[in-house]
Design a protein around this ligand. Structure first.
Ligand code: S3P
Length: 172
């Protein structure tokens, strides 16, 4: 049994890489944000707005624990902040887990996130010029947690297919 977990900043490709990787490995794909949205019957931005981030982080921790209890192989994409709250980063080190950090430069991430800010409550207040700075600071704060994983995968200038092949090789 193998529980593959993808970690990384917003826009690092956790969901698209996760989906393709899961189909290549022929195992189910789970996206933590999507499970939270289904359980709570609200989108992540709505949850932040209506219930606040502290509530979201609590639910995120609960749902992460529940998914990890599954007794099957799967690929799971976390939210960008998941490893940085509660004891979530410790769960990346569980015996049956293989974890990957999809690591990108702030510039790469900012380019991808520019037009998607409505979906990301933490970025919506940031103006375009400040986005790279904001991401750099955020990456600095989060770096310790992201680096708890088993493997670091650099994403800059790579396609989803390339990233999936790279991860697949590490799993063999
Ligand atoms: C967050 C990232 C989001 C979502 C929430 C908070 C973060 O997930 O969980 O908006 O703290 O970085 P994605 O990385 O899938 O956008």
């Amino acid at each position: 049994m193998m529980k593959v977990i993808l970690v990384g900043y917003m826009g690092s490709g956790k969901s698209s890489v996760g989906k393709l990787l899961a189909s290549k490995l022929a195992v189910p794909f789970y996206d933590l944000d999507v499970i939270i949205e289904e359980n709570e019957r609200q989108s992540v931005p709505e949850l932040f707005k209506n219930k606040g981030e502290i509530y979201f982080r609590k639910i995120e921790n609960n749902v992460f624990k529940l998914v990890l209890q599954k007794t099957e192989s799967f690929v799971l994409s976390l939210g960008g902040g998941t490893p940085c709250y509660h004891n979530n980063h410790e769960m990346l080190l569980q015996d049956d887990v293989v974890s990957f950090y999809l690591k990108g430069k702030a510039k790469t991430l900012a380019n991808r996130l520019q037009d998607e800010k409505v979906k990301r409550p933490l970025l919506s207040a940031t103006n375009e010029n400040d986005l790279v700075d904001f991401i750099n600071k955020h990456l600095f704060d989060r770096s310790f947690y992201y680096h708890q994983v088993n493997h670091v995968i650099e994403i800059d200038e790579k396609s989803v297919e390339q990233l999936v092949d790279e991860i697949d090789l590490k799993l063999r």
